[in-house]
Design a protein around this ligand. Structure first.
Ligand code: ATP
Ligand code: MG
Length: 346
């Protein structure tokens, strides 16, 4: 990969057996495109997934399933570093440094913690969930990326990363370039089919509100046909007034590649049911192909592990010197045994 390409970095949590349409159209599809003109690092955020205390066997399965889905989506491990966050110890090493630079009140203002802890109550949520955006800042800043492709839901976290980079640079000298959010053209925000005012989410949506990339095609089509729609009968794009229909139009546009206006024109004068049936067919075809490709990768888990190991090797080469530099700047005495002893090359 020529060194002149801008670097990009993004991660996704292996918190479910399958990624969903929001992940795909809000993130993964752009990850694939970015490979053409970026030196890209993509990781499975398995440490972030621990914040909700997953069952160990389920987590292992989800990591493999996630890797297989990223390959099926078109992530090319020859061009991009694809790795597990837990395989590169520098993520947690830098996270601790940032934990010590983040104010308690500052962390408390992150809205995702409020959202995610709402169901259990903040007292029952883990401290890991609370400090999650700080680990995320480490994930990002470790690689000095120019571009961080994220969905709209992650804007606030990226802002924290920028603040921490600035704070570190201010105290210890210019170390971290400020990462830019990179909302790529064609990025869509997808909403829950049963509650189109909430985003489609692996952990928060009910099964009928979410289209999984690994859904059985007939089931996926049925979910579209059973999606909540709005009062009235006119098909038009109006996210405020018609969140349900607008979400279906967004999904239609994302799969077909036609812009939303063209989709609206196509269905002008027709009923909600027509749109649902047509979209159900599109979705079924899409998940059918995606599922087949994923199963091929999942059939060879040893190869998946090899792909992740190669990715971790590349990631470590980039990350180890950054942590060494940070440790030196903040006044930690260098380990006389050399960088290998810190776990960065072990
Ligand atoms: P969780 O509920 O476990 O947080 P998630 O569904 O929010 O899962 P993440 O792994 O947190 O998924 O996010 C992966 C990527 O998918 C991020 O870049 C995020 O912005 C994007 N993303 C998640 N949900 C949506 C959505 N509904 N629409 C668009 N993009 C989304
Ligand atoms: Mg999320």
């Amino acid at each position: 990969m020529p060194a002149s390409l801008p670097r990009s970095l993004s991660g996704i949590q292996p918190t479910a057996e399958s990624f969903h349409f929001g992940n795909y159209f809000g993130a993964l599809r752009q990850w694939v495109r970015l490979q053409d003109d970026h030196d890209a690092f993509y990781f499975l955020a398995d440490l972030h997934a621990l914040t909700v205390q997953p069952d160990p066997a389920a987590l292992r399965d989800r990591v493999h399933a996630s890797a297989a889905q990223l390959l099926a989506a078109g992530i090319d491990p020859e061009r991009s570093a694809l790795f597990c966050q837990s395989h590169v110890a520098e993520h947690t090493q830098l996270a601790w440094v940032f934990n010590c630079l983040t104010g308690f009140g500052e962390a408390g203002r992150m809205t995702q913690f409020k959202d995610k802890s709402a169901s259990t109550g903040a007292d029952k949520a883990s401290v890991g969930l609370f400090t999650y955006p700080i680990l995320q800042a480490a994930d990002i800043l470790l690689y000095h990326p120019q571009h961080v492709p994220v969905g709209e839901d992650q804007r606030q976290h990226l802002e924290l990363s920028r603040n921490l980079a600035q704070r570190f640079n201010h105290h210890y000298g210019e170390t971290f370039p400020l990462p830019e959010p990179y909302i790529v053209k064609g990025t869509a925000r997808i909403f829950d089919l049963q509650d189109p005012t909430a985003k489609m989410s692996k952990s928060a949506s009910s099964p009928s509100g979410i289209i999984d990339l690994l859904d059985e095609p007939g089931r996926a089509a049925k979910k579209i046909r059973s999606a909540v729609t709005d009062s009235g009968d006119e098909i038009r794009f109006d996210p405020e007034g018609k969140p349900g229909i607008s979400n279906l139009l967004t999904i239609y546009s994302a799969i077909s590649g036609d812009d939303v206006d063209a989709v609206v024109r196509e269905f002008e004068g027709r009923q909600y049911g027509h749109l649902k049936v047509a979209l159900g067919d599109l979705v079924a075809e899409f998940v059918g192909g995606f599922g087949e490709r994923t199963r091929v990768y999942l059939d060879d888990r040893a190869e998946l592990d090899r792909v992740l190991a190669r990715g971790a090797e590349r990631a470590r080469e980039a990350a180890a010197p950054v942590v060494a530099d940070v440790y030196a700047r903040i006044g930690l005495v260098p380990d006389a045994r050399g960088p290998l002893a810190r776990g960065s090359g072990a």
